[in-house]
Design a protein around this ligand. Structure first.
Ligand code: ATP
Length: 481
């Protein structure tokens, strides 16, 4: 029952996404292509805002993180060194009868109640044994399709950061502890893309590699390695922080960021990986999960990866990844904390979290259902709608266009003069526009004391207040930045 309801909710969300232009199926006129999605006008703005907010929070507002923008195709040995060529695979099984493909690990979680010991699919066909299927997309660089020219579309953005570690260090005047961050496309040939954009074959990641001192160096500097204590100050880095406190620092920072863009803490969950779930080199990993209608699933992973990655690249490239720490008078390969988030999953979480239906009176006072996308103003695709009360009154239209032009250099504005004002508000409610500005006869001075004021409508409460045009820009900027 609960599942049917959440499926229904997901269907309504998917349908709104298409109807209003948040997300379209890629290549739709050719029947689509499984695991690929396009963002329409509203989705493109939303996604851009998410990335801008992340970038600003993670690098521009911090002293200790620098940015990078690397290529998608890189030297293939990188993926040997990182372990992706040998181990980045999922177990795949085929149905011998209907030829469907499945991930064995996902099949096992929903065993057939009739035949619990035998793997069957819906057509009841027999399954092959599980085989490892490497998720990297392969291509060739140059005109010759030979094994020597094989290259891969990156399955994550992180490795570029490791291989550029030394270059960034040289030019940015950063000192360990410091981080490098990157936003960009990643590709995984997922066996079974599903849940709308949640598991796609082409997606974007926002990743930071934050390089820290090995614990023994932190101990040397600070006299001891600070233990993690519940309630401790995690916002001011200290010399005696080892990997554990740094890891907690990043978990706290990331949660703060999610809250700052409107994902409240009570919609998030945490999965602390158990020892047996961890990669062999990882010291800890926590997944930040969001309660999607189709289940509570991962948005971001934050891992303490030791010095595994830099050491691997040192070994495979023959180039030293060591760092000389002047303060500690020590030479070492830095360790790393990696907060790794998916843009598309977060956009989907924001869409699911924003989606609400409520009852409001229409123009004639009759109650009707409205869909409201309650995006936080920081990520909302359109920040403000500007409306002349009537479109056939040139004075109103002219004044409304002046207000539009006043705001437009600073934020995304949607000007709309067509239809009844109530309908125009509804259209913006569905787009998630947090503010609506209406230019009426009072604006023009019909009531002299209200001259040059406009009504400012709040999407969530539908409350309207009168604001002087000169106050509009600072008031809105404060909310959308
Ligand atoms: P999952 O277990 O869901 O496959 P993962 O643990 O393999 O994910 P990571 O390798 O940790 O994922 O990637 C970091 C982040 O990149 C994820 O938290 C997720 O937000 C995003 N991501 C990974 N794979 C996909 C995908 N196929 N589609 C969309 N986003 C993805």
């Amino acid at each position: 029952m609960a599942e049917a309801k959440s499926n229904e909710l997901m269907e309504r969300i998917v349908s709104l996404c298409k109807r209003r232009g948040f997300v379209f199926q890629s290549s739709e006129i050719y029947g689509g292509i499984n695991g690929f999605w396009d963002y329409g006008p509203l989705g493109a703005e939303l996604k851009r805002n998410v990335k801008d907010q992340w970038w600003r929070y993670m690098t521009q507002r911090r002293e200790d993180v620098a940015g990078l923008d690397a290529t998608i195709i890189m030297h293939p040995t990188i993926w040997k060194a990182s372990g992706h060529v040998d181990t980045f695979s999922d177990p795949m099984v085929d149905c011998k009868k209907c030829k469907s493909r499945f991930r064995a690990d996902q099949l096992d979680s929903t065993p057939c109640p009739m035949k619990p010991s035998k793997m069957v699919c819906e057509c009841d066909g027999e399954k092959t044994e599980a085989r490892a299927f490497n998720l990297m997309f392969k291509t060739y660089v140059g005109p010759v399709e030979s094994e020597d020219n094989v290259a891969y579309l990156r399955p994550e953005t992180a490795q570029a950061i490791f291989v550029q570690f030394k270059n960034v260090l040289d030019v940015s005047r950063q000192k360990v502890p410091f981080g490098i961050c990157q936003i960009g496309k990643a590709f995984r040939n997922e066996i079974n893309p599903r849940n709308f954009t949640f598991r796609s074959r082409e997606f974007e990641q926002m990743e930071v590699e934050f390089f820290i001192r090995p614990d023994e160096v932190a101990e040397k500097l600070g006299g001891k390695v600070a233990p993690f204590v519940e309630g401790m100050d995690l916002s001011t880095p200290q010399n005696d922080w080892g990997w554990e406190v740094w890891h907690r620092h990043w978990v706290a920072e990331r949660v703060k960021w999610y809250e700052s863009i409107g994902l409240s803490r009570n919609t998030l969950d945490f999965h602390w990986q158990k020892k047996e779930e961890l990669a062999h080199y990882a010291k800890a990993c926590v997944d930040i999960l969001y309660q999607f209608p189709f289940g509570t699933q991962e948005l971001e992973g934050i891992a303490a990866r030791g010095d595994f990655d830099l050491s691997q690249h040192q070994k495979f490239s023959g180039k030293s990844m060591e760092y000389f720490d002047e303060e500690a008078k020590a030479k070492y390969v830095p360790h790393v904390i990696e907060p790794s988030a998916g843009v598309d999953r977060l956009v989907l979480a924001l869409i699911c979290s924003a989606y609400t239906e409520d009852q409001v009176p229409d123009d004639k006072g009759k109650m009707e259902t409205r869909i409201v996308m309650r995006f936080h103003p920081r990520v909302a695709p359109i920040k403000v709608g500007v409306f002349p009360l009537l479109k056939n009154r040139p004075e109103l239209v002219q004044k409304a266009k002046e207000v539009r032009d006043l705001l437009r250099p600073h934020m995304s504005v949607f000007y709309d003069e067509s239809g009844a004002i109530g309908r125009r508000y509804r259209r913006q409610d569905e787009a998630g526009t947090p503010f609506g500005v209406t230019i009426d006869f009072d604006t023009l001075g019909e009531k002299p004391e209200a001259k040059d004021t406009v009504t400012l409508r709040d999407r969530d409460t539908c409350q309207q207040t009168r604001v002087h045009i000169s106050e509009l820009l600072p008031l809105l900027l404060e909310k959308v930045r």
